[in-house]
Design a protein around this ligand. Structure first.
Ligand code: BGC
Length: 755
């Protein structure tokens, strides 16, 4: 007993005391039992713990909570045992938390951190598979913990407004409904692991051009219908623990000091209870920021100083951040911030520390990442996220479409292109994860084609700006000829083109919708040399295809597939997997066709969202502008038929499905169809788009198999935002339910009368 007592922790000795033993040893232990501190009691509700902890904090300690203590850490408080929140960038996996978000950082960071590189958000969106995105959230959460971090800076849920936004690849596309479903899924997955996500960037961060100074002029209806729904859903449905404010201004006020956005909309309208973290260096004032309800400025301490030393990063010079303890204290003393307001900010941070479990169960790094299970999710995402855009003209001996390739019938393949021999896993910036290993398209194709197929590789053209000596006219002509020769000598040519992180990235917008220099010419040369050419697009933002698309028999959008992208591509090309991805964005023929053309990037640091709610297919389908490929489009190696559309308006907002429809696999291969449901408002008194996506379901079907798909519609789905009433309004009257395989491939329609 004595021996035991001497080695016991205070806590254990205290518990023995309560067991009721009367030994002298235990009496001694009683003297060191700390007083009961409610905030340390995991059995109490978080609100009680927060209140208790806050009551023990000095004004100085509270003020010190509002700024980070480093590049990726919030401030800790040793006296009270408040842990720092250790963050890491995302959302496509866990990015190294050292140093800035400079575009090459993940690849060149001095301290190497590797983890699973998942497909870009846009590629995950092409899966239309919330279950998969939730599983992605779970495994990313596991990797965050395994690396000893607590918070991941994602998901990115900003809408793809302009085809040139440098970060389109990070988000979930152009539609608020699809984006909302996936945002909810990602947040649920991450939070289920006790890891803190950060839904970003609130709000309307839709271009990188002058991102610290650009003022997005957006009317209230457009804001509510297009740019805010994903944040709303993440808060209301997934109870997201944090939201990240954006760099830009909305309607004249920076997002980080915007009381309409942060207090009126996020907190009062959506009921957000978590804390708002600034984007890195997106605070521009002290009192206005705190009073608007922005809680935590990041980064903090020395990194903030060096960050601000880069004037282009902040656009103004403020020394060492705006929410440093001394600045916050001075503002409190000057009466610019009340202590009650400061308390609210601190409470919100503390609440998340308790609710997430971080206080009671600090994450201990095991270093175990990139497990087979985690990799399997990345591969599933990369595979389901591939979109087959065109598939015609087979080999000379057959009339069948060119894809899938049959390794038994093909003897030689030329694998060509600046993205064929290198794994371009994602776009540039803070989302770029450094994987332990990544499979290139060439490696993937060699592995799946097998030893019986001769695979020849040719660069074809250097990636613009990557290796300057390859950019000369002579070098391009030589490389193009080598590629055309390789294509001419092969049964099939697979041409992998696209962008890379120095052309498509956070911090700047993509310069042009055209493919990087020399790639269009390469496609033309290879197609002229071999009519059996498959063009693969390895990019986030859409590209202009008009120069070659008519002559291209097969076109595949692989997007950014993360570390497993090359394997996923090969599995699709050879039919190991059947493509099921659908476009989460419209692909215009030309940039000039896109709705924001003429209202981008803005003038005099103001960008007018003059197209209003007509973003993406809402514009193309209403104004009858022919896109290259419509929203929701994607082919399969099998075919589907829809029948039996049944609509029950009495079941809106009920437990019974409002809409049922049957989909049948009429081909000879197993495959998955994404069934899309759009609502058309046939009686509207106000301007409404031709139709809007309000439901979707990805269904796996064996050959010949039929399944009934069910949709539950809510009154909310029929509503628009009324600036007059300051609320959602659903006008009773005639609607039409449209079901099909893309926004332009409506297979079945039925009327619905909203009471
Ligand atoms: C990006 C954020 C990112 C942060 C931290 C910023 O530049 O906009 O998305 O999470 O840096 O790296």
């Amino acid at each position: 007993m004595v021996r035991l007592c001497s080695s016991f922790s205070i806590a254990l000795a205290a518990s023995l005391f309560f067991v009721g033993s009367g030994s002298s040893c235990l009496l001694r232990a009683q003297t060191v039992v700390p007083p009961y501190t409610p905030y340390r009691d995991a059995a109490l509700p978080p609100e009680k713990r927060v209140a208790d902890l806050l009551s023990r904090m000095t004004l100085e300690e509270k003020a010190a909570m509002l700024a980070g203590s480093g590049w990726m850490e919030s401030a800790s408080n040793e006296r009270l045992g408040i842990p720092a929140i250790k963050m890491a960038d995302g959302p496509m996996g866990v990015r190294a938390w050292y140093g800035s978000s400079a575009i090459t950082n993940a690849a060149n960071a001095a301290t190497v951190v590797t983890s699973t590189s998942f497909p870009a958000g846009e590629t995950m969106a092409a899966t239309w598979d919330p279950d998969l995105v939730e599983r992605e959230g779970v495994v990313i959460g596991q990797e965050v913990k395994a690396l000893g971090r607590d918070m991941i800076l994602g998901p990115t849920v900003n809408i793809n407004r302009v085809p040139l936004w440098g970060r389109n690849f990070e988000g979930y596309g152009e539609d608020p409904f699809l984006t909302s479903r996936l945002a909810v899924a990602y947040v649920r997955g991450v939070q289920s692991e006790g890891v803190i996500p950060s839904v970003k960037h609130f709000a309307a961060n839709n271009e990188e051009y002058e991102r610290h100074r650009i003022d997005a002029q957006i009317d209230e209806r457009t804001l509510h219908e297009i740019y805010l729904p994903a944040f709303k859903a993440a808060v209301e449905e997934a109870d997201a623990w944090t939201v990240m404010s954006a760099y830009n201004l909305v309607n004249g006020v920076h997002c980080g000091e915007n009381p309409i956005l942060l207090n009126d909309i996020l907190r009062k309208e959506f009921g957000f209870k978590g804390f708002v973290v600034s984007d890195w260096g997106s605070t521009y004032s002290t009192a206005a920021t705190v009073n608007a309800g922005m809680d935590l400025e990041m980064p903090g301490g020395d990194p903030m100083r060096s960050f601000i030393a880069r004037p282009e990063a902040l656009g103004n010079g403020s020394g060492a951040g705006w929410l440093t303890a001394d600045k916050v204290l001075a503002a409190v003393k000057a009466g610019e911030i009340t202590e009650a307001t400061l308390d609210r900010n601190v409470e919100r941070i503390l609440r998340v520390i308790f609710v997430s479990g971080l206080f009671d169960h600090p994450h201990v790094a095991t270093g175990i990442v990139d497990t087979p299970e985690q990799r399997a999710v990345a591969l599933e995402g990369a595979t389901e996220g591939i979109v087959l855009l065109k598939n015609t003209a087979g080999l000379p001996s057959s009339n069948a479409p060119l894809l899938p390739l049959d390794a038994k019938k093909i003897h030689s393949i030329a694998v060509i292109g600046p993205n064929a021999g290198v794994a371009r896993t994602g776009g540039g910036g803070s989302s770029l994860v450094r994987p332990k290993q990544a499979i290139t398209p060439e490696e993937g194709i060699r592995a799946v084609a097998g030893a019986g197929v001769k695979v020849t590789y040719a660069l074809g053209v250097g990636m613009e700006g990557e290796t300057p000596e390859q950019d000369s006219t002579e070098a391009r002509a030589r490389l193009r000829k080598e590629a055309a020769d390789a294509a001419a000598q092969s049964d099939v040519a697979i041409l992998v083109v696209g962008r890379y992180p120095r052309l498509e990235s956070e911090s700047f917008d993509v310069a042009t919708m055209d493919l990087p220099a020399g790639q269009d010419e390469l496609i033309e040369a290879v197609e002229a040399a071999n009519p059996h050419t498959i063009v693969v697009l390895n990019t986030g933002d859409p590209v202009t295809m008009t120069r070659w698309i008519d002559k291209t028999p097969a076109l595949v959008l692989m997007g950014y597939g993360g570390q497993e992208g090359g394997k996923a591509l090969a599995n699709i090309l050879f039919g190991v997997a059947n493509p099921s991805g659908k476009l989460p964005v419209t692909m215009p023929k030309h940039f000039e066709d896109s709705p924001a053309y003429g209202h981008y990037p803005g003038e005099h640091l103001k960008v007018n969202y003059a197209e209003g709610i007509y973003v993406g297919y809402r514009y193309y389908d209403t104004k009858k502008v022919e896109p290259q490929f419509p929203f929701g489009f994607g082919l399969s190696y099998t075919t589907f038929e829809y029948h039996g559309l049944d609509v029950h308006s009495s079941r809106i907002d009920s437990k019974e499905p409002t809409v049922t429809v049957t989909v049948k696999n009429t081909g000879s291969r197993a495959g998955a169809e994404v069934v899309e449901l759009y609502l058309h408002d046939g009686h509207s008194k106000i301007d409404r788009p031709e139709h809007e996506l309000k439901g979707f379901r990805r269904v796996e079907l064996k050959p010949g198999e039929s399944k009934q798909v069910e949709f539950w519609l809510r009154r909310q789905d029929f509503s628009y935002w009324s600036p007059d009433k300051k609320s959602w309004v659903a006008d009773a009257g005639a609607f039409e339910v449209q079901v099909g395989g893309s926004s332009r491939n409506i297979q079945l329609k039925a009327p619905l009368e909203l009471k």
